[in-house]
Write a protein that binds this ligand. Structure first.
Ligand code: BGC
Length: 466
């Protein structure tokens, strides 16, 4: 064959590879997520701010301080993300700003969030609003926080205030971000404020979080904006895999956190029972049927090994799978786990799913491109099997204050220089824009970044056609 035939062949191959392997379907939400305390700056009135001031609490010695100064810079930030193609954004409201003292609501704070949500809508970006993302107003922390039963009524009133004041500007509401992570870090591991290490306290906190969620769910759904609102939680889901699949001990050691950490909360909000091991058939009837959707936050897999010498860890040691790539945070990069948690969540609850967080701490952006395409391929795989997934919100829009790790862990599509507040998109931000522009994955992207996912797309229907 002569050069013309070669040219022809090359052209055909190029059109083939630029064809879509998967279309995510109309109305799919594309964007990223942040949380108030991690980005806004100067959240001086909450329990995290107070705790950060104690030397030694934050691994890299930093404090949230001005963070990304997003409280002032949100218009430019949103415009930048819109320019990257995002049609949605997940954010959280800072309770300590809205209700600085019990029962006293601050109208400048509400005006601020009205501007924030109005700016998003003006840009054509759908907001998803979280009411509680780890931080508590100081006054609440001082009356016992989520351990005290009083929190349920307090949270209900706060939710009511937010939905009345902001409900015309947002339809997607997350009551609580990662109740399991919050309860575990703050009350079992004792790593986050108030640094309690007590199993009974953990169960009390989780029960109050279910009750608080249920109360907020009702407030939102029964408000004047309720008909248009959809309410869920963002749950952190991990794959817990036994080290030796043939060992009954390792299997039990992995099954326990799967049940307690991954599913206890979602189960309680589905059937109104607080089950084993965090409550022995304790009824929480108000929680029955309080999830319009489930937000999935997925990051990694843990290998679990039964370890008799670790009673404090419930006889289970967890570690990343040996020999696999890990993020700056030391977490394994395991995209198939996203499919596994989606499938498991769908099979159990049959609720619409949003990926409300998924990302990787990767300062130099060496893993993020492949992680992004890999995880999206796993979302696509689940969609192709008929699972109702309505959006993907990457963690995070930009680098921010990573809780007890400080500013060292860099999760942003956009890098932030915290000295100058300069923003610089990382290469993966452009890759993500490319996916969003097509509303789909190209064969070429799967081939280049996640070849093991190619078989998912051979044959079968994509979400738009099926
Ligand atoms: C939290 C985020 C956090 C992210 C990365 C999630 O558990 O919701 O606030 O920054 O993980 O660690």
């Amino acid at each position: 064959p002569g050069p013309r035939a070669h040219l022809h062949l090359a052209r055909r191959l190029t059109t083939m590879v630029s064809e879509l392997a998967h279309d995510f379907g109309d109305d799919f939400l594309w964007g990223a997520a942040t949380a108030a305390h991690q980005v806004e700056g100067n959240n001086t009135n909450n329990d995290w701010w107070r705790w950060e001031q104690i030397p030694g609490k934050i691994a890299d010695g930093t404090r949230s301080g001005l963070a990304c100064d997003h409280y002032n810079r949100f218009p430019e930030d949103f415009a930048q993300w819109r320019g990257m193609g995002h049609n949605a954004h997940r954010l959280s409201l800072e309770w300590s700003r809205i209700e600085p003292r019990p029962g006293v609501y601050d109208s400048p704070a509400i005006d601020h969030y009205r501007q924030v949500l109005g700016t998003l809508l003006g840009l054509g970006m759908e907001p998803m609003v979280t009411l509680h993302h780890f931080t508590n107003p100081l006054w609440l922390a001082d009356i016992g926080g989520w351990e005290s039963d009083e929190v349920v009524e307090r949270f209900r009133l706060y939710a009511r205030h937010c939905i009345d004041a902001l409900g015309d500007l947002a339809h997607l509401w997350v009551t609580i971000n990662e109740p399991n992570v919050y309860a575990y870090h703050s009350y079992t591991a004792g790593l986050w404020p108030p640094q309690v290490k007590d199993f009974r306290a953990t169960t009390a906190v989780l029960r109050n979080m279910v009750r608080g969620h249920a109360a907020a769910y009702r407030e939102i759904r029964e408000s004047v904006h309720g008909a248009a609102a959809k309410v869920g939680v963002a749950q952190h889901l991990r794959v817990f895999q036994p080290w030796r699949p043939w060992s009954p001990f390792d299997r039990i050691a992995a099954a326990l956190p799967h049940r307690a950490f991954n599913h206890w909360f979602l189960q309680a909000c589905t059937d109104g029972w607080a089950g084993f091991p965090l409550g022995l058939r304790h009824r929480l009837p108000e929680a029955l049927g309080t999830l319009d959707f489930i937000g999935v936050n997925y990051y990694s897999r843990d290998i679990v090994r039964f370890t008799p010498s670790a009673p404090g860890e419930l006889f289970a040691r967890t570690f990343p799978a040996p020999g696999r790539p890990v993020s700056d945070y030391g977490m394994e990069l395991y995209p198939p786990g996203l499919y596994r948690v989606i499938r498991d969540t769908w099979d159990r609850y049959r609720r619409p799913i949003y990926i409300t967080e998924n990302g990787v701490a990767d300062r130099v952006d060496q893993f993020r491109p492949a992680a992004l395409i890999g995880h999206l391929a796993e979302v696509a795989r689940a969609q192709r099997e008929g699972i109702d997934i309505r959006g993907y919100l990457h963690w995070s829009s930009m680098d921010n204050f990573e809780w007890s790790e400080g500013f060292k862990m860099r999760f942003g599509l956009v890098a932030v220089d915290f000295e100058t507040q300069e923003r610089t998109p990382r290469p993966s931000a452009a890759l993500y824009s490319d996916v969003i522009r097509r509303n789909g994955l190209a064969w070429e992207q799967v081939q280049n970044f996640y070849p093991s996912g190619l078989p998912y797309f051979v044959g079968g229907a994509s979400s738009s056609s099926g």
